[in-house]
Design a protein around this ligand. Structure first.
Ligand code: ADP
Ligand code: MG
Length: 342
């Protein structure tokens, strides 16, 4: 089946732009696509920053696109991950950029701290399920992978099997890397670095798919209101996070990309122990962190781990977590409770 970028617009992405109701400097708004998802930007600029109002949204999109093309995409053979995957089993040491090196170091740490619940070496299993290609399409012809296919793929999965020294990577035979769980969060970190250099900007709220960056403030003392989708009815929101200043918010949910066969939902977050989509009564996890990579990685890791182990993991990284289960019950860390509003 031919791959095409899947574009999903969530109401939350639109809602979250609403923010609070105080009057504002003219915000600049931009909605576009990159990294196979919707990018929404609202930038609060000083008056007379006309040039910046055109340049900044373009530059943000360029940053995301470049990150995808040069570093992260497993579908682009020239990206660093594309080249590393192509070298699997050859014994070649593939040099990695500083960006990828620091991403891999953090990913490996989260894998170890989550006892393997988070694992970027799941590439072959992710490809076998191929949920991204089928989600939102007519999935009546979708073929569920067999136990044997899954078992074969799982043999080569394991973050501890990845040979990674300071500036080189060696991918064992049969292993494929997949940074789908962290790409959007990494993009937020790069965007934040860019925004920090912009003297004409007072604040911004930018969403890259399910990951959102709040930056600075619209005007003195204002708050950002970031909507949380109700995973049981995605046309509704559960509530919102009321935040001051710069934050990253990532959500992993079973409603984002899935196929449904005979009443069973197969979604895109895989349990590395079984090779099947996670089935643990969780429907979504939202993580709040100052760091985008952490918010994105932890949202996936915590989804796999479930409430108890997930909360412990999030708190060990100084992050806040909100879990929603199948019954619609919410579970929050203390810091999340302080900012969550109904
Ligand atoms: P989204 O990409 O929709 O924001 P996530 O951040 O939770 O959602 O990432 C899901 C993606 O991460 C999957 O599409 C797959 O590429 C990858 N993935 C799935 N399961 C895992 C896992 N246990 N550990 C690491 N990456 C995973
Ligand atoms: Mg994630």
């Amino acid at each position: 089946m031919k791959r095409k970028a899947k574009i999903t617009i969530y109401c939350a992405m639109i809602c979250m732009l609403c923010g609070c109701s105080n009057s504002l400097n003219n915000p600049v708004q931009n909605i576009d696509t990159a990294m196979g998802t919707v990018i929404s930007q609202t930038l609060y600029l000083e008056e007379n920053a006309e040039q910046e109002s055109e340049e900044m949204p373009r530059e943000v999109l360029r940053i995301i696109d470049q990150l995808e093309r040069e570093v992260l995409s497993r579908r682009i053979s020239e990206s660093e991950i594309g080249r590393a995957n192509a070298s699997a089993g050859s014994g070649t040491n593939v040099p990695v950029s500083d960006t990828l090196q620091s991403v891999l170091t953090t990913c490996q740490m989260i894998s170890a701290d989550s006892e393997g619940a988070f694992d970027i070496t799941l590439g072959e299993v992710v490809r076998l399920w191929d949920i991204d290609s089928w989600a939102g399409e007519d999935f009546s012809h979708y073929k569920i992978p067999t136990q044997e296919e899954i078992r074969n793929c799982l043999q080569n999965v394991g973050y501890h099997k990845l040979l990674f020294t300071n500036d080189c990577l060696q991918v064992p035979g049969g292993m494929q890397l997949d940074l789908g769980a962290v790409g959007k969060g990494i993009a937020l970190d790069e965007i934040r670095e860019y925004l920090e250099q912009q003297t004409q900007l007072s604040g911004a709220i930018i969403s890259v798919g399910g990951s959102i960056l709040t930056y600075g403030e619209k005007e003195s003392g204002s708050t950002w209101n970031v909507a949380i989708v109700n995973p049981l009815d995605t046309s509704e929101r559960l509530g919102y996070l009321s935040l001051k200043g710069t934050w990253c918010i990532s959500t992993s949910g079973n409603y984002e990309r899935y196929v449904e066969i005979d009443g069973t939902r197969y979604h895109h977050i895989i349990d590395p122990y079984t090779g099947y989509p996670v089935d643990n009564e969780i429907t979504s996890v939202t993580i709040l962190s100052e760091n985008g990579l952490l918010s994105d990685a932890l949202s996936t890791a915590c989804y796999v781990l479930g409430v108890d182990a997930g909360m412990t993991l999030a708190e060990s990284y100084g992050a806040e977590a909100l879990f929603v289960d199948e019954e619609g019950y919410l579970y929050m860390t203390d810091g999340m409770e302080e900012v969550f509003r109904r």
